[in-house]
Design a binder for this molecule. Structure first.
Ligand code: HEC
Ligand code: HEC
Length: 323
């Protein structure tokens, strides 16, 4: 008996030591690096339609993080909406500046980063979402826009701030948060005429609604988004720029706690203008002011087709109380 206890003690001790060793290692290693991705895409000359699409997508999916309000360019900012337990994180300068921005990144390097989250130097860019299921056309439009003469990306000599990740953030990026692989096949969006399929594309590929609207960033599955815990059922605790919690809402079709009782015009109003039947919507819910009717219709059709989850968030309580 005594011997068994001793052995158990030894085993626990060893386990603790291994754990401590891992944490020390992770703390020293910091943000990991990988082989820089080399996508096989050829740069294409940007058409006016591509630039317009790129502008629309960047305003919807990038500007909230990368906008520097003092210059009104994408020169980067401190991300005040990252929970303090992750440390202090900063978005990068992605203007065309050759020294401080991405002026020297090649077309392929930009595509590689958008797809995988790995930079040209191999360093993993944390917090920056990777767009695994975005269509090749949409990715090209974004890259075309970043390399254009648009005022948002005019060169700004603002150095990107180095990241100051906490130990927890370092542990997460060395364990559960990983870069995504380059797609093995061309990625093509389904036609808008197939509303449900196109809507799925918008939710998982183009706008990544599921990333914020599922249970928790830590349990999202970027390769198979539908396998994310609580897919689209809300509950993910985000923060606004004052550091106050804002919980992402249930956008499945549950009639009481989701969007099941919403009409399509109400849904359009919420997405384009941030006005939900429950009142104004706040940051970090993006304002999708340039969504086309086709996109709204497809999103609505798809969200009504996914398994409805019953998951009340605080506005449901408020709405019930007001009834
Ligand atoms: C949630 C916030 C967030 C969003 C949304 C976001 N980014 Fe980023 N991005 C970051 C952060 C943070 C970094 C820097 C990461 C680092 O240095 O570790 C970054 C880095 C980059 C870089 C690399 C720059 C460099 O010098 O390292 C590029 C290019 C980039 N982002 C482009 C985009 C584009 C294009 C979009 C939209 C499709 C986008 N980002 C959306 C947060 C974001
Ligand atoms: C960056 C994170 C983020 C992304 C991306 C995002 N949302 Fe949201 N969304 C939120 C948050 C947070 C709220 C709650 C805002 C509040 O409480 O004011 C919200 C609220 C909503 C609401 C209001 C629901 C209600 O019950 O009032 C709808 C509808 C919605 N989002 C749909 C979408 C769709 C569709 C997409 C993709 C096209 C999307 N969201 C992308 C964070 C996000």
């Amino acid at each position: 008996m005594k011997k068994a206890l001793k052995l158990l003690g030894l085993a626990v001790g060893l386990l603790l030591l291994t754990g401590l060793g891992f944490v020390l290692y992770v703390n020293l290693r910091g943000i990991p690096s990988y082989a820089a991705p080399k996508p096989s895409v050829a740069p294409v000359a940007a058409t006016p339609e591509q630039l317009a699409q790129g502008e629309k997508l960047v305003l919807a999916a990038c500007a909230d993080c990368h906008l520097d309000r003092s210059t009104n360019t994408l020169a980067g900012q401190r991300l005040r909406d990252v929970p303090p337990e992750f440390g202090q994180l900063y978005s990068a300068n992605i203007t065309r500046d050759e020294q401080h921005g991405i002026g020297r990144w090649t077309y392929q390097e930009l595509v590689g980063l958008l797809r995988t989250g790995i930079g040209r130097d191999g360093r993993y860019r944390i917090i920056m979402p990777s767009f695994v299921h975005m269509s090749d056309d949409d990715v090209r439009s974004i890259v075309a826009f970043l390399r254009s003469n648009h005022p948002l990306v005019r060169p700004q000599a603002t150095p990107s701030h180095p990241q100051e990740p906490s130990l927890l953030a370092k542990v997460l990026v060395n364990t559960v948060m990983k870069p995504t692989p380059l797609p093995a096949e061309p990625v093509v969006a389904p036609p808008p005429t197939d509303a449900v399929a196109y809507g799925r594309y918008l939710v998982v590929g183009r706008y990544k609604c599921y990333d914020c609207h599922s249970k928790d960033f830590k349990t999202n599955n970027h390769l198979e988004p539908e396998k994310s815990a609580g897919y689209l059922g809300g509950g993910n605790r985000l923060m606004n720029q004052q550091g106050q919690p804002v919980v992402a809402r249930n956008i499945t079709a549950d009639a009481e706690t989701g969007l099941g009782d919403w009409t399509e015009p109400q849904f359009a109003q919420a997405l384009r203008f941030g006005q939900s039947p429950n009142g104004p919507l706040h940051y970090p819910m993006p304002k999708y002011s340039r969504l086309t009717d086709e996109e709204v219709h497809a999103l609505y059709a798809y969200l009504n087709s996914v398994p409805a989850l019953r998951n009340a968030t605080h506005e449901d309580g408020a709405a019930t109380a007001a009834r």
